[in-house]
Design a protein around this ligand. Structure first.
Ligand code: NAD
Length: 513
């Protein structure tokens, strides 16, 4: 039985559910040359979906992106059907119906009575266990997750999700078919959130945690993460997705993980959902619409004050870049910087005041350890080189004088950043978010959900991240990431920031513990 499931080239495809996802999947399959049958339980829905698809493809012809011929051929391959029985000859079913376990199970059980025994059954579920959907089927080994992203014709990623009973040959056949449809498939194990929806949780959660403790305004946090290369900040992205949808995914991952505190949803978001502040679609979320994200006040850094002694601390690419930028700025104030490469921290010492790149600890903790008052901590530029003038968060130790606060910002501006002050939260904004994304990805790899390469591809293609979590890890360091997580853990206490055993197992990790 497994042999005939190995090759799906040119097989007739049945798409069930003619909503947003089903229509997109039908389009992609038809454009790849498959005969496509489109079925929806709502009368007329499949016909309407095809008509809508025709209109959107014609618009692409008008823009010169597709030829009229190619569109006519693709549309001719899509046949809306009113009865599932008409799909007996399908070699592949892709299900994109309502996100309910019982509805999906019932549909696949019904389909087993219609299609041949070697027909592959794929589900586009975004959150339900593939293992659970297959339970009760006559041939559970032929059911696999084929998780597309919205909009299907545009997004390259397909998570190929194997449940406990999925035959490897079936997963491989879907993997290869996805590739032949122009997609980038990534294998995943059926666990809550699969790859993308699981690893992405901290992107939202860390910002929501910072909002809860009033560390900064939404537009400040968004600007910091955009400074790190993310196309959208978490707040504007949640407003776009809809707080109800984003909250539901977070809740489902939390519940599915037996209420692991690591995934605990946010009070900030629950209140917004309860109040109907759902984002763009309701006219108000973190921001008001149509206005959108308010601009940050223009950064007006004070000029650098005269300096007697400037020392650049640390080694590595970032410290080198700081040394170069600081050297240029120092010349203007008549001082030649020296370098302390074997320092335990990275940053600048300016007449004894310390401007320290975060290692996860607050400025207050650093000030206590250093026995200094004039201490400021700044966020890690994870995506280096940053675009000139990118927003970067900094915080100042309590008790530091106002002159130092002004000079800390002036020196960050001299290093090429657009500094924004936030409260003295551990790991500031970007360092804690990226450390947690890496940590979550590390746990996913630990649990066999995906490979590091799979995680990187999934996050870049599924969510347009500027880099994959393991790419960030390579540019940063295992001890550096562990240090940030441990500082967060020490500060907040609890399960949320526990370090993945996968990270602890990496070469060089023990030195940091
Ligand atoms: P949708 O509401 O736009 O479309 C669902 C369609 O399925 C509707 O037309 C409905 O009439 C039909 N339907 C419902 N029950 C049916 C049944 N038993 N038999 C036949 N047709 C039935 O939903 P969508 O956004 O296209 O999502 C479909 C699936 O794809 C869900 O499992 C969802 O979790 C998943 N998904 C959605 C997205 C997304 O961004 N929308 C992304 C990835 C995966």
């Amino acid at each position: 039985m497994t042999t005939t499931r190995g090759n799906l080239t040119g097989t007739p495809v049945l798409v069930v559910g003619a909503g947003i996802m089903g229509a997109g999947i039908a389009q992609v399959a038809a454009q790849a040359g498959h005969a496509v049958l489109l079925y929806d339980m709502r009368d007329g829905a499949a016909v309407e979906a095809k008509a809508k698809l025709a209109a959107s493809l014609q618009a692409l012809v008008a823009k010169g992106k597709l030829t009229a011929d190619a569109v006519a051929q693709a549309l001719a391959r899509i046949e809306p059907i009113g009865q599932l029985q008409a799909a007996a000859g399908a070699g592949l079913v892709v299900e994109a119906i309502v996100e309910q376990l019982e509805a999906k199970r019932a549909l696949f059980r019904q389909l087993e009575g219609i299609v041949a025994a070697d027909c592959v059954l794929a589900t586009n579920t975004s959150s339900i266990s593939v293992t659970a959907i297959a339970n009760g089927l006559e041939h559970p080994g032929r059911l696999v997750g084929m998780h597309f992203f919205n909009p299907v014709p545009v997004m390259k990623l397909v998570e190929v999700v194997s449940g406990l009973q999925t035959e490897p040959a079936v997963a491989q056949a879907i993997f290869e078919l996805s590739r032949s449809w122009g997609k980038t498939p990534v294998h995943a194990k059926s666990t809550p959130g699969f790859i993308v929806n699981r690893i992405a949780r901290p992107f939202y959660a860390e910002t929501l945690a910072l909002l809860l403790e009033q560390a900064a305004a939404p537009q400040v946090l968004d600007a910091c993460l955009k400074g790190a290369g993310f196309r959208m900040g978490p707040c504007e992205l949640i407003d776009l997705i809809g707080h109800d949808t984003n909250f539901a995914v977070t809740q489902s991952v939390y519940e599915a993980n037996f209420y692991d505190k690591r995934f605990v949803p946010s009070l900030v978001q629950r209140e917004m959902v309860a109040g109907g502040l759902l984002g763009r679609k309701s006219g108000r979320g973190f921001y008001r619409y149509p206005e959108g994200v308010p601009a940050l006040p223009a950064s007006s850094a004070a000029p650098l004050a005269g300096v007697r002694e400037l020392v650049v601390h640390g080694e590595g690419a970032l410290a080198d870049a700081f040394a170069q930028a600081a050297g240029t700025a120092a010349a203007a104030v008549g001082v030649v910087p020296t370098r302390e490469r074997d320092s335990r921290w990275t940053g600048l010492s300016i007449d004894g005041a310390r401007l320290v790149m975060t290692d996860g600890r607050c400025a207050q903790a650093l000030a206590a350890e250093m026995g200094a008052i004039e201490v400021a901590v700044f966020d890690r530029p994870v995506q280096w080189p940053m675009a000139p003038g990118s927003t970067l968060a900094y915080a100042v130790a309590p008790g530091a004088g106002s002159a130092w606060q002004t000079q800390a910002a002036a020196w960050l501006a001299a290093l090429g950043f657009s500094p924004v002050q936030v409260t003295d939260a551990p790991g500031l904004v970007v360092a804690r978010t990226v450390a947690m994304l890496i940590n979550e990805a590390a746990d996913a790899v630990l649990q066999g959900v995906c490979t590091p390469e799979g995680a990187d591809a999934a996050m870049k293609l599924g969510l347009n991240y500027p880099a994959g979590p393991f790419e960030w890890l390579t540019r940063w360091s295992v001890p550096g990431v562990i240090a940030v997580l441990e500082a967060l853990d020490a500060h907040y206490r609890g399960e949320r920031y526990r370090v993945s055993p996968w990270l602890r197992r990496q070469p060089g990790a023990v030195a940091a513990a």
